[in-house]
Design a protein around this ligand. Structure first.
Ligand SMILES: Cc1cc2nc3c(=O)[nH]c(=O)nc-3n(C[C@H](O)[C@H](O)[C@H](O)COP(=O)(O)OP(=O)(O)OC[C@H]3O[C@@H](n4cnc5c(N)ncnc54)[C@H](O)[C@@H]3O)c2cc1C
Length: 396
């Protein structure tokens, strides 16, 4: 049995963010930390593109950011376009492989934090140590660690009242003629047919006049099959965006839980969950990356101070209450989701809205957003939620 101060399970957004923050603590950090990541195959998370907004310049990942925008746009279901600058913020795009390469460079001269190819099979909590079992290319491994941070996506979601999924597929496209405005990220384009419940939109991240990541996204109860996404993307790129001839140079597909489930951040005396598994996803938007940064910064601070490195909640309670009402209203068909989100962008200054969507808004922002929104569907959903208990499986 090998010993480590810290074992981080998973080298995705949360695992690598935490690894680099612990490594940066130097002598105040762990003397030995291991990041475990399965070999390429079904367990390993596929490559993906993360976007978030933050003050520019000077972001800690700027060296790896592929593209960024100082304007964002939204199309309402009737075709009206709202476009606004987001200064002093910037909407930034980071590819997961670029992020992994950046972290690998940072860790190269910090031997206290090592990466190991290992698929974790079991985690056992204990009073003084936790144990982690893993399969490695060299055979079975059992590790003893003072602290374990587990970012494996949960196989089963915790009990919930509402379970929606934000699911999407995107194409990296190269067009024959200039077709995009590289100055603005198109966050939500509601000029696509709307499902009876939930909502659907296009998302366009232009990296040049003839290059973009174009996605089709839905908020609903279950993901679609690949052919259905491709059919929607085909229609969106040709009929709505009118791209003309183009080639698809790559793709990505994913699903993010949108739920009022409570994700436990501590599952034992020595075992914590981080990332999506630890509740970092904002339920009403799916944005997770900035919540992960907040959580991992706080863990590193606690570690350096010799405190129990418990991940703090990534989102404020009142935001989770608002999100639960919104998800319920969407799921019950009480709310026209496309009109709601398009109205948010049209009716509020981008700074207020982005603070709200990122979970950094002030109470005043939320009151203004709440009062100018669909008060009745939200109030009905709040009343309904008060009578419901969180349950395993899908709510009826
Ligand atoms: C396609 C896609 C695009 C997204 N885009 C955005 C975005 O633009 N902005 C945003 O804020 N959020 C986005 N999200 C949501 C969220 O930020 C990501 O899912 C993010 O990757 C979550 O980080 P994580 O560390 O919790 O999970 P992951 O990044 O999935 O990391 C989990 C890690 O656990 C590893 N693992 C799994 N099983 C084992 C095992 N048995 N042993 C060891 N390791 C294991 C996996 O290989 C993986 O590396 C996106 C999600 C997807 C799916």
């Amino acid at each position: 049995m090998d010993d480590a101060d810290v074992v981080i399970i998973g080298a995705g957004a949360a695992g690598l963010s935490l690894a680099r923050r612990l490594a940066a603590l130097g002598p105040a950090g762990p003397a030995a930390a291991l990041v475990l990541e399965p070999p390429a195959g079904p367990l390993r998370s596929p490559q993906r593109t993360w976007c978030w907004w933050e003050a520019a310049p000077g972001g800690e990942y700027d060296a790896a950011v592929r593209a960024s925008w100082d304007r964002v746009a939204v199309y309402g279901p009737g075709g009206g376009r709202t476009e606004a600058p987001v200064a002093p913020l910037r909407y930034k795009m980071l590819r997961s492989d670029d992020f992994a390469a950046l972290v690998a460079r940072e860790l190269a001269d910090r031997p206290a934090v090592r990466r190991l190819t290992a698929a974790v099979t079991a985690v056992r909590d204990g009073g003084r140590w936790a144990e982690v079992d893993a399969d490695t290319p060299a055979g079975r491994l059992r590790l003893r660690a003072r602290w374990v941070f587990d970012s494996r996506p949960p196989a089963v979601l915790p009990p919930a009242r509402t379970r929606l999924v934000q699911h999407f597929r995107g194409w990296f496209v190269r067009t024959a003629r200039p077709a995009f405005d590289p100055a603005a990220a198109l966050l939500m384009d509601f000029r696509v047919p709307q499902p009876p419940r939930g909502l659907a939109f296009g998302y366009v991240l232009p990296t040049g006049p003839g290059q973009a990541l174009v996605e089709y996204t839905r908020f609903s109860r279950a993901p679609l099959g690949r052919e259905a996404y491709d059919a929607e993307l085909d229609r969106y790129t040709r009929e709505v965006l009118g791209l003309g001839p183009f080639e698809v140079t790559g793709s990505e597909q994913g699903a993010i839980p949108m739920t009022d489930a409570v994700f436990p951040r501590r599952t034992g005396a020595r075992v914590f969950r981080i990332g999506t598994a630890g509740g970092a996803t904002r339920p009403a938007t799916g944005y997770t990356f900035s919540g992960i940064q907040r959580q991992t910064r706080a863990i590193a601070r606690a570690y350096a101070a010799g405190r129990v490195p418990l991940p703090p909640p990534a989102h404020r309670r009142r935001h989770l209450v608002m999100d639960a009402a919104l998800l319920r209203a969407l799921d019950r068909g009480r709310l026209d989701g496309a009109a709601y989100f398009a109205g948010l962008f049209a009716g509020h200054p981008p700074g207020r809205l982005l603070r709200f969507l990122d979970g950094r808004s002030r109470l005043r922002d939320e009151l203004l957003i709440g009062l100018r929104g669909p008060v009745l569907p939200m109030a009905l959903s709040c009343a309904e939620l008060a009578l419901l208990r969180r349950r395993a499986g899908h709510p009826g």
